[in-house]
Design a protein around this ligand. Sequence first.
Ligand code: AMP
Length: 492
Amino acid sequence: MAEPRVRLWRVFRPLLVTVPCPQARPPFPDVFLKVELLTTFSDLGLSVPLLKTLTAEGYSTPTPIQEQAIPELLRGRDLFGIAQTGTGKTAAFALPILQRLSNDPKPLKAKSCRALILSPTRELAKQITESFRVYGRQLRLRTEAVYGGMPIGRQIRALAGGVDILVATPGRLIDLIQQRAIVLADVNLLVLDEADQMLDLGFIHPIRQLAAMLAKSRQTMLFSATLPKAIVELADAFLDNPVRVHITPVATTAERVEQKIVFVETARKQDLLHALLTDETIHRALVFTRTKFSADRVVARLEAMKIGAVAIHGNKSQPQRERALADFKAGRVRLLVATDIAARGIDIDNVSHVINFDLPNSPESYVHRIGRTARAGAEGAAISFCDREELGFLKDIERLTRQSIPDLENPLGPAAHDRQSRGGSKSGKAPGQNQAKRRFQNRGPKRGPERGSERGSDRGSAAPQADANAGAKKFKRRPSRNRFAKAVGAKA
Ligand code: AMP
């Protein structure tokens, strides 16, 4: 039975007053003044030690996902959360887990854990672990993280005496189980975080394998930023009558970001980047490339121009990855050049711009990438470079986000996208820009296995084979050159 304050809150929560705002004018004709009864963390039924920590951390009001998820999770319900990083979802699952474990204290059991959080990437696993340690610092609970790229011996020793909460990437966890460093039979709290990315990285079999080892009667929380069919199927298989919480649909984040596209020949992308960086409002930018090789090359060329940049991708050692993130977060370098591994889960504040040096071949990745700049309700800017081979990717992105991304005048001039294009433009754009764009569109993107197989691509080092197959499958589904030219022609 919920405590009286919680019951009271449930009664009053629906009493929202929505008042039409008569002063509203275009472009905001639908503005309504919404008066809400503010919910506090104590309304959600959290214990005093957790409330004290939240106050010390400066968290005054729960975010929507916390408001909706925490009371249900405290009651033991399963949860299906559609939410991205940046919505406060870590606290939404960490706080109830900490509370449930501390309400049921048990001595640590060797090589065992009670709560398991699975994360697709090492960086996210580390971030989640830090959150558990911060939120739970008044409680006597032990949290450990295990992920690849770090010496396994140290992790085996850390697990020897048992832990309460284990945060893990699936591959390393399976290694540790095979080495008999941990058993999962006592796990009755399971979180699958960023489940869609775990599926993208080919972790479905490890997840099923791990789930079969857990306690049969358990509480499961599944979080995903997107809702493809595979995630719905996973939720059906893993969750028992879950509460469903849907926060910030993927396209909404994209709407908060001011997006621009610049058409450019592949060979001139680096010059374009340097030209854009003369704008000092680009003070902390994430630059995304499709391959590890390209990320390293972009950084080398930036360094040659004395522009501070570091690269982060799957070929870097874990200490290198952590140092790169720390330098970028602390403002010691202006640019972090990343493959998609950094596009998800990572919490970096005040990113002024996201620059897509290469467009991603999956439109969802585009949304995740640009979402790195519109954090915590802030506005952000994203500039994407598009060469002729990426026109198909652009079309997929515009279809998913349901918007046509406006052109940014190329600071390098018409030669940047088509050296042969010369002459004026009725639209007032850079001379030759429209002709160049049309020429790109009519030719359509080059298609071939080398794009689908993503030589050297970095969608996580854990499952390169699964990744390559996924890329190839997506590739086949693309429309023929004629269909493509017609669709883009209609847009223009
Ligand atoms: P997450 O989506 O879990 O990665 O959280 C994004 C950021 O929001 C993190 O830096 C959290 O520390 C912060 N955060 C989470 N919940 C709250 C809250 N209720 N009030 C203020 N900040 C929060």
